[in-house]
Write a protein that binds this ligand. Structure first.
Ligand code: ZN
Length: 164
């Protein structure tokens, strides 16, 4: 796929770092949720649909009205679960390495995302596992990314890649 966007980096630079970070994280979460749950959040424990209720003040955390004991997020039960890596970083990695087919090496992940080598290695392994273990999610994720507006896409791309 080719994405010939010549997005102005101004979109990114005008957002304060924090605002941009929150916005990116929200966008990344909604992409992952749409990819995993096209029909709305589904309980990871009892599989109930339309029984999810958002946990107050905890963005992305859902509780289940059917089984009452489960709280889950979009990464629960996937290889992306249980890391400290932001969802935005996962999506940025997925976008560059899979959708734009840049095939980032561990060193490149480390440099581009500003994480440690160990984290970069871990992210690369988990991304591979996500593709193997959750092919439907990754397929839908790519589709969701293709439908992003130009501004949203620019928000998720690394600034230096936007003006290429
Ligand atoms: Zn449930």
């Amino acid at each position: 796929m080719s994405l010939n966007y010549s997005a102005p980096t101004a979109i990114i630079s005008t957002l304060s770092r924090e605002q941009g970070g929150e916005k990116r994280e929200r966008l990344a979460r909604s992409l992952l949720e749409a990819a995993r749950w096209p029909a709305g959040p589904q309980c990871v424990r009892c599989n109930a649909l339309n029984m999810a209720c958002q946990v107050r003040r905890k963005p992305g955390l859902w509780s289940c009205k059917a089984c009452r004991s489960a709280q889950y997020t979009v990464t629960s039960g996937t290889p992306l679960h249980g890391t400290r890596v932001s969802l935005a970083s996962w999506i940025t990695l997925y976008l560059h390495s899979e959708v734009l087919r840049e095939r980032w090496s561990i060193s490149k992940v480390r440099r581009e995302l500003g994480v440690s080598y160990v984290t970069a290695k871990n992210m690369t392994c988990r991304m591979e596992r996500l593709k193997t273990e959750c092919p439907v999610i990754t397929q839908r994720l790519e589709q969701c990314i293709r439908y992003l507006s130009y501004n949203d896409l620019a928000l998720l791309m690394l600034p230096k890649h936007v003006n290429k």
